[in-house]
Design a protein around this ligand. Structure first.
Ligand code: PMP
Length: 301
């Protein structure tokens, strides 16, 4: 359960009980998926909540909203302050935070005149650790970048992710690895993907993926550690010859991949770059070091 009788959420400038929060059944989001959202993690630093790279998440929320014509009037700083207030009101420290923006009541196929904003959070401590994921190459490809705003985190896009992930689980795997429309490896249903081959990491460039904030964190850590990375499209047959692979995302953090379509990798997880990066990411999120002091700007190129 994500909430109980005491949980407080933020909705359009008000603090309300989660059980009292409501959305009109005529909201366009319910009918056509015109909402956007974020997923942010808060970690305990000396017993206090600290959101990891929240400014980048709130910037992406604003970008995603504008991408589908949902404009709301809050700055990144205001969103950050409201979220820390939400954490205090709920007495939460380690949490998954879900800001969401959604459309007005409207049935026509046009941009909503007004946007609404809510923020909720639930306790979250999970660390994937040594558990490795068994991936299945899905027959559901990622949405075509010419048929949607692929770099925006739009609610409606997630029907595609749900189809792919559910199908993979029904077939006995943990998650789906999705290809782009041209058959190259794109990303997992809710995380970006890296493979290691002959001492180099490869990840799909922006274009057919949601270029995640964790993916950016990993690119920056690689630069600092001198791990070579190429942002380049690659085919499943190249992946089958890889030494290792891992998934990255706010929820997944850095999670090792055990196999693709039951085919394991050449290297043991603990001897891969992925394992080193998992430990580095754990430090970056859970130690009292400010990300900006260790690293630089977003690198999506
Ligand atoms: N791709 C997809 C499809 C996702 O849903 C997510 C999770 N937001 C990611 C990648 C990873 O993004 P981030 O690192 O910003 O959480």
């Amino acid at each position: 359960m994500y909430f109980d009788d005491h949980t407080i959420i933020y909705q359009d400038g008000k603090w309300v009980k989660a059980s009292d929060g409501h959305i009109s059944v005529y909201s366009q989001v319910l009918h056509y998926g015109t909402g956007v959202f974020e997923g942010i993690r808060s970690y305990a630093i000396d017993g206090q909540p600290r959101m990891f790279r929240s400014e980048e998440h709130f910037k992406r929320l604003i970008y995603s909203s504008n991408a589908i014509g949902l404009s709301f009037h809050k700055t990144v700083l205001e969103l950050k302050q409201i979220t820390y207030d939400l954490m205090r009101r709920n007495n939460m420290v380690e949490a998954y935070i879900r800001p969401f923006v959604y459309s007005d009541p409207m049935m026509s196929l046009s941009y909503s005149e007004a946007a609404h904003i809510g923020i909720c959070a639930w306790p979250w401590r999970k660390l994937h650790g040594e558990k490795l994921t068994r991936l299945y190459i899905s027959s559901y490809c990622r949405p075509h970048p010419r048929s949607c705003k692929i770099e925006a985190k739009v609610s409606g896009h997630y029907v595609n992710s749900i189809l792919a992930a559910t199908d993979a689980r029904a077939k006995g795997y943990d998650d789906a690895l999705q290809l782009d429309v041209d058959g190259y490896v794109a990303e997992c249903s809710g995380a970006n993907f890296f493979m290691e081959k002959d001492g180099v990491l490869y990840t799909s460039p922006p274009g057919h993926i949601l270029p995640g904030i964790t993916r950016d964190s990993i690119l920056q850590i690689c630069r600092r550690l001198g791990i070579p990375v190429k942002q380049k499209r690659f085919l499943p047959k190249e992946l089958f010859e890889a030494d290792g692979a891992f998934m990255v995302g706010t929820a997944a953090e850095v999670s090792g991949v055990q196999s693709i379509d039951d085919k394991p990798f050449a290297k043991k997880w603990t001897s891969t770059f992925g394992y080193t990066l998992q430990k580095e990411y754990e430090k970056a999120t859970r130690q009292d070091i400010k990300w900006e002091e260790m690293n630089q700007e977003m690198d999506t190129g």
